[in-house]
Design a binder for this molecule. Structure first.
Ligand SMILES: [Zn+2]
Length: 315
């Protein structure tokens, strides 16, 4: 029996788990990333934690089949990180080799959202499917595309960056510097931005009342909660967001034609109220043939998707 280590390297925290071949987590731990201490120190601390978990489970090193690490940035060929989104570590470094040198265990990397996607596809909502697209609706919109059980990572690691698909010519300004990106409309940030601009001119609604004058505390969840409570103003925002979500997903369906769309992240927790709008809008944007056998599901792995993806790279 082989075991694997899955690592989800985050800006603040790093999640580390030991798993068996079926994707079951035997033990896991979260450590502070402390990326400021440098790449090598961080990798060493990660390996020490893996060793500690191995000792606790009485698993020796020969039984570890590989280490899979999810990286906040584009990853080339599952080994080189083109750049780190939020660490000041050097660009174009072969992190896989560096980790192998420290640990003596084969190491593969993937972009963190791609890792969630492959985790969901093998062990979560996409289990048993060959093709799925995970749409991660959080602060931004991330994605991961799995075709024939393989991730589409792209030649420079930008495969699956669905959040920067253009939906509106000269549309809203995105963090990437371009305009009209999917994520400026369908992310939590996009929902908040749209709600605030509407609240500036319309205060006669439940959403405004629920904020008690404190616009700063507005979250995407408030919009969805008020819409569920029957607030027409909030429902119009849900329709607006759902329209772009339908357009973005519709475009993806027309290109990839997957079996399953997996929605994950905070905005997906809005649930049916948003899903109903998206399903209706898809009829307008997706070719009918792409919808025939399509399933739209919510992600099932939650916070563990990243570390589960880590082992999927070795299967
Ligand atoms: Zn963008």
């Amino acid at each position: 029996m082989k075991y694997y280590a899955g690592v989800d390297l985050g800006g603040t925290n790093t999640k580390i788990g030991l798993l068996d071949k079926s994707g079951k987590i035997l033990i896991k731990e979260t450590i502070k990333t402390f990326s400021g201490k440098g790449m090598e120190t961080t990798l060493k601390r990660i390996w020490e934690t893996i060793e500690k978990l191995m000792a606790e489970k009485k698993i020796n090193k020969e039984k570890i089949g590989g280490i899979g690490i999810g990286i906040p940035g584009p990853v080339i060929n599952q080994e080189i990180v083109a750049f780190f989104a939020n660490f000041d570590w050097e660009a174009n470094i072969n992190i896989s080799k560096a980790m192998e040198k420290i640990s003596g265990v084969p190491t593969k990397l993937e972009n963190d959202v791609n890792m969630i996607a492959i985790g969901e596809s093998k062990f979560g909502a996409g289990k048993g499917s060959a093709s799925s697209i995970t749409v991660a609706l959080g602060t931004g919109v991330g994605g991961g595309i799995v075709v024939n059980s393989k991730l589409i990572s792209g030649i420079s690691g930008a495969g699956g960056e669905i959040g920067h698909m253009k939906l509106v010519e000269n549309g809203k300004l995105c963090g990437c510097g371009q305009r009209g990106c999917f994520e400026t409309y369908a992310s939590a940030t996009g929902v908040i931005r749209e709600a605030k601009s509407r609240l500036a001119i319309n205060k006669n609604n439940l959403l405004y009342k629920s904020l008690e004058g404190n616009m700063e505390k507005l979250e995407a969840k408030d919009v969805f909660d008020c819409a569920k409570a029957g607030d027409e103003f909030s429902m119009e925002i849900v329709n607006y967001v759902g329209n772009y979500l339908g357009m973005g997903i519709g475009n993806l369906l027309n290109i990839i034609n997957p079996e399953i769309i997996i929605l994950s992240g905070g905005v997906a927790l809005a649930g049916e109220i948003l899903l109903d709008v998206v399903t209706e809008k898809l009829k307008q944007y997706a070719l009918p043939v792409t919808l025939v056998n399509l399933e739209i599901k919510l992600g099932e792995l939650g916070n563990d998707a990243g570390i589960k993806g880590g082992i999927a790279l070795f299967l």
